[in-house]
Design a protein around this ligand. Structure first.
Ligand code: PGA
Length: 256
């Protein structure tokens, strides 16, 4: 059985002080290990050390990064490596977010290199896919998501593929307050799982968690996560406050 994953994508929010405050305010109950639910937050690079320091000993909340380079070290000004993330103890890295694709020129080939590097170094990639509004309106959303999925995961072995997490994030729903309907989410998640089955076989596809992202919040998380192929959320705005993040984790824990 797949466990749920509630992952907070803090984007360019929350400096070290706010990060420490977040962990200070986070309810103890949320930080306890829960059967069937994993929780994680992904602060900006500069706030990662503060997150590790402020996280209570024994807390089950995992910590991830929002990006990583595909080389180990060298002349790559402004970049951060998996070795550095491992030195802190990061469990996850978000890769191929639509904002990285749109504003920083990342394409499937670059994302694929990063996915392989993260897997090689034991960090779980959360690989983002999703269409823009025009693509949905012109009924190209399945093709777009298929291309992104196959491109980002090209050349992965089935055993490596079994370690990844996918996040389906329709770009028109990110930060807009507009959410995909539970039916739209389930339809795309089932489509992605079918593609994963074609690439890696049914057994592996059945173990890969597919998160929904795009204006997920405590109000709509339950109905989204009730769908058989929605295995949690990659959450931006609603993950920035400790109480709202805690609610999302509790909602996931209530799902069967
Ligand atoms: P949002 O962001 O929850 O603020 O829409 C989600 C994301 O971009 O990962």
């Amino acid at each position: 059985m797949r466990s749920f994953l509630i992952a907070g994508n803090w984007k360019m929010n929350m400096g070290p002080k706010e990060t420490a405050d977040f962990f200070g305010q986070l309810d103890d109950a949320v930080q306890q290990e829960k059967p069937g639910v994993e929780a994680a937050v992904c602060p900006p690079f500069i706030s990662l050390p503060a997150a590790f320091e402020a996280r209570k000993p024994g807390s089950a909340v995992k910590i991830g990064a929002q990006n990583v380079h595909f080389e180990d070290n060298g002349a790559f000004t402004g970049e951060v490596s998996t070795t550095m993330l491992n030195e802190l103890g990061c469990d996850f890295v978000i890769l191929g977010h639509s904002e990285r694709r749109e504003y920083f020129g990342e394409d499937d080939a670059i994302i694929n290199k990063k996915v392989k590097k993260a897997l090689a170094d034991g960090i779980t990639p959360i690989v983002c896919v999703g269409e823009v509004l025009d693509e949905r309106k012109s009924n190209r959303h399945f093709d777009v998501v298929k291309t992104q999925t196959t491109g980002s995961l090209a050349g992965l072995s089935a055993s490596d593929a079994g370690k990844i997490v996918i996040a389906y994030e329709p770009v028109w729903a990110i930060g807009t307050g507009e959410t995909a309907s539970p039916e739209q989410a389930q339809e795309m998640h089932a489509f992605i799982r079918k593609e994963l089955t074609g690439l890696f076989g049914q057994d592996v596809a059945d173990t890969i968690r597919i998160l929904y992202g795009g204006s997920m919040k405590p109000d709509n998380a339950g109905e989204l996560m009730q769908n058989p192929d929605v295995d949690g959320g990659l959450i931006g705005g609603a993950s920035l406050k400790a109480d709202s993040f805690a609610k999302l984790v509790s909602i996931a824990a209530e799902q069967k």
